[in-house]
Design a protein around this ligand. Structure first.
Ligand code: B12
Length: 440
């Protein structure tokens, strides 16, 4: 039998519907910089699938931010595997329909399909709901035998052992296109945030043995001399002992890197010291809100609400060692009143935070938040997936109107991402660092 041609298609690229934000975003440097990062990372999910694809398949990796027949037409495949986030699920379905109409077998997977496999099955020959490491090879076997099933699922989150995770096929990439390379060191998170669209859905928290991470780093550095690595983790430093070994290993690889963590990182100065020596440039922390009231109830144990008093100290602990903090805030939380926008503005300006990300509370399908808002009649539409961008409003807030929420977000973007404000934050950070060095 001739080698089968597999197309891995990532529906990539960020999209915002709010026209006024798009116009603002064009001119706001802080916002544009982050958008560039977002637009320039490959899909680690698909590269991971490529890593478990048997050798007798010929694999091509493609990015398709929109449905563009001119981009797809030249690529004839026997099978395509497509991955997308919720906001672009309609683009994924248009691509799937395009290939099916040409007789290509279509397999869909990723977070959105995991949440809504029945919806995805309307556009696919097979849907993979959940982690793909074990299911994708099974799909390929069934395809060869002509016995494809409509939906494939794992038994549980424990089925996929990250010690046996493949090295992602970075070699398939056109490296010119990307400014960061993703590596995953852990999957899931111990917190149980009502809005989380990832860890709850996959089912828990697990980490990769450090040796595997080292292997993956080596594969990246084989292709790129001084890569910037972004850990595609939900919350990296949950297990502090493993984290120390991990950080030492990343340090030895001599890369610059970025990751997402919760604020407990700052409670472990030894780990922050190690981070500073390891080439870690920035950590992203979900503070969610500067208001204690707004934090109440976002997760079962009020873990963040209980740490809220220590936020400024945490930022200082991390930044004074030369690692910048990208503080994330969510607007539209149930206890947010219209003064939340000024509270966030004040917190960002006073705390010395070097970078900031403000997003809108988003009821992604399948989340506890989605189910609660639907029960309360607060979804603007039941299936408003294109608005699941984190910057568009698709629900009715509790203590303000939709207009107030949209205008408040625009006000904050306008205030926090201007050239002067971005420069002010950078200078403040550099000055604080210099003073600390003199004092030390
Ligand atoms: C790293 C990351 C990014 C990176 C890289 C994105 C990229 N190109 O893949 C950056 C920073 C660029 C980014 C951007 C965005 N992100 Co993001 N991101 C993540 C994060 C932290 C990890 C994703 C990852 O790489 N996981 C590791 C890989 C190995 O896992 P995986 O992709 O799930 O793939 C596995 C399975 O799903 C399955 N699989 C996946 N695809 C397929 C396809 C087939 C055919 C099969 C068989 C199986 C399969 O097999 C894989 C191996 O098990 C997640 C959180 C999370 N845990 O998912 C958020 C997350 C995915 N992001 C999210 C969002 C909303 C976005 C943005 C839309 C935000 C925005 N407006 O800017 C953009 C969209 C960018 C885009 N490409 O379109 C949401 C998505 C929720 C949803 N339901 O849509 C998440 C869940 C975070 C959250 N808020 O809760 N993101």
């Amino acid at each position: 039998m001739r080698t089968a041609r597999v197309g891995l298609i990532a529906v990539s690229g960020v999209r915002v519907y709010n026209e006024r934000l798009i116009r603002l975003g064009v001119t706001l440097p802080g916002f544009v910089e982050r958008a560039r990062v977002i637009a320039s990372m490959p899909s680690l999910g698909l590269l991971t699938l490529a890593g478990v694809t048997p050798d007798d398949y010929d694999i091509t990796y493609l990015e398709s931010p929109e449905f563009d027949p001119a981009l797809l037409e030249p690529h004839a495949f026997d099978i395509v595997a497509i991955s997308s986030f919720t906001a672009k699920s309609d683009v994924m379905y248009a691509i799937a329909d395009f290939y099916r109409a040409r007789g290509t077998t279509v397999v869909l997977g990723g977070l959105h399909c995991t949440l809504l496999p029945e919806e995805a099955a309307g556009h696919a020959d097979a849907v993979v709901a959940g982690e793909g490491e074990l299911l994708w090879p099974r799909v390929l076997e069934d395809w060869k035998l002509g016995t494809l099933r409509p939906i494939y699922r794992n038994g549980s989150f424990r089925d996929v052992d990250l010690a046996r995770a493949p090295v992602p096929r970075y070699d398939l990439l056109d490296f010119e296109r990307y400014n960061r390379m993703p590596i995953q060191t852990a999957r899931g998170c111990h917190l149980d945030c009502e809005f989380c669209a990832a860890s709850k859905i996959f089912g828990g928290y697990k980490r990769k043995p450090v040796e595997n991470v080292v292997r993956e780093l080596r594969e990246i550095t084989r292709h790129i001399a001084h890569p910037f690595v972004e850990l595609a983790d939900d919350n990296t430093f949950v297990d502090k002992r493993w984290s120390r070994d991990l950080v030492r290993a990343i340090g030895a690889a001599e890369v610059h890197w970025f990751t997402e963590t919760d604020v407990s990182l700052a409670e472990d100065p030894e780990l922050v010291d190690l981070l500073a020596q390891s080439g870690c440039r920035q950590v992203l922390i979900g503070f969610e809100s500067p208001s204690a009231a707004s934090l109440q109830g976002i997760e079962a144990h009020d873990w963040k609400a209980r740490r809220h008093d220590g936020y400024r100290r945490a930022i200082d602990e991390i930044q004074r060692r030369g690692i910048t903090v990208n503080g994330c805030f969510i607007v539209g939380l149930d206890n947010d009143t219209p003064d939340i926008f000024q509270q966030i503005e004040r917190f960002v300006k006073d705390s010395g935070l070097m970078e900031v990300q403000v997003t809108v509370l988003t009821p992604f399908p399948g989340t506890a938040l989605y189910h609660r808002l639907r029960a309360e009649g607060r979804l603007l539409r039941e299936r408003y997936w294109e608005r699941c961008t984190l910057f568009d409003v698709n629900f009715v807030p509790r203590k303000m109107t939709v207009d107030e929420l949209e205008q408040g977000l625009e006000y904050l973007m306008g205030s926090l991402y201007t050239t002067e404000e971005v420069r002010r934050r950078r200078l403040l950070y550099l000055e604080t660092m210099r003073n600390r060095r003199v004092a030390a």
